[in-house]
Ligand binder design. Structure first.
Ligand code: DX5
Ligand code: ZN
Length: 221
């Protein structure tokens, strides 16, 4: 399948970085021209893992000029979105499955009220049709291509049809949300996602466990 000519961006996931030299890791990816820095926040409740939270974001969000792309894999996101915004989030993405359906618009409006971009993330089992009602209000839609909770998992091919559907819906309805994919992204799956219409590729292990320059170049195609 032919790739479009649009630029696809890479968002390194800090989850896989070496936390003993976090500043160095951030500087390295910034110097390689990366536009987004992806923060995988996990609470040990919505997902069976705990990563990092507000103090870590606060300490590093202003040490670079990349876009702080915060992915909240947490329960009760409404309770915390403003803390992450105060800590420096430029995009706050919360999980569709983590909140009551009747509070989703309220959370999006709350994020927007601070002049910050709002995203919704969907797990592999959540169909695109469930988030259609919110797409007109969203700045970003994150397709989880693995079950949220851990880096280094295998990419789930079901994600490609979701990306295609979101790309088609965006064109048919003249919307401009960004499509992001997260989980198991490497040079092979990145190409498939680019062909499906993705805008941002989140990658953790592939970037931080390899030569960063080669990895980022391979993901962009
Ligand atoms: C899952 C995490 C991972 C991480 C990327 O909850 O969100 O998807 O960002 O992990 P890799 O790129 O190592 O699969
Ligand atoms: Zn993520």
């Amino acid at each position: 399948m032919k790739e479009s000519s649009k630029e696809v961006f890479v968002a390194p996931s800090l989850l896989s970085a070496d936390f003993s030299k976090l500043n160095e890791e951030i500087r390295e990816v910034e110097e390689l021209g990366v536009k987004y820095l992806h923060f995988d926040v996990m609470d040990g409740h919505f997902v069976d893992n705990i990563s990092f939270g507000i103090p870590v974001l606060k300490s590093i969000s202003h040490t670079h000029h990349m876009i702080n792309d915060v992915h909240l894999m947490i329960s009760e996101p409404k309770k915390y979105v403003e803390d992450f915004i105060d800590a420096g989030a430029d995009i706050v993405t919360f999980h569709y499955e983590a909140c009551a359906k009747d509070e989703i618009e309220e959370i999006i409006d709350l994020i927007h009220s601070h002049g910050v971009k709002a995203g919704i993330a969907i797990k592999p089992k959540t169909d695109v049709s469930e988030i259609i009602p919110f797409l007109h209000d969203l700045d970003l839609l994150l397709v989880m291509s693995v079950e949220p909770g851990f880096g280094g998992q295998q990419f789930l091919p079901i994600s490609l049809s979701k990306i295609k559907k979101l790309d088609e819906y965006r064109s048919e309805n003249d919307l401009n949300y960004l499509i992001e994919v997260d989980g198991g992204i490497n040079e092979v799956t990145a190409k498939e996602c680019r062909e499906a219409g993705v805008d941002i590729l989140v990658a953790g292990n592939y970037i931080f466990k390899n030569n960063k320059k080669d990895a980022i170049r391979a993901l962009k195609g």
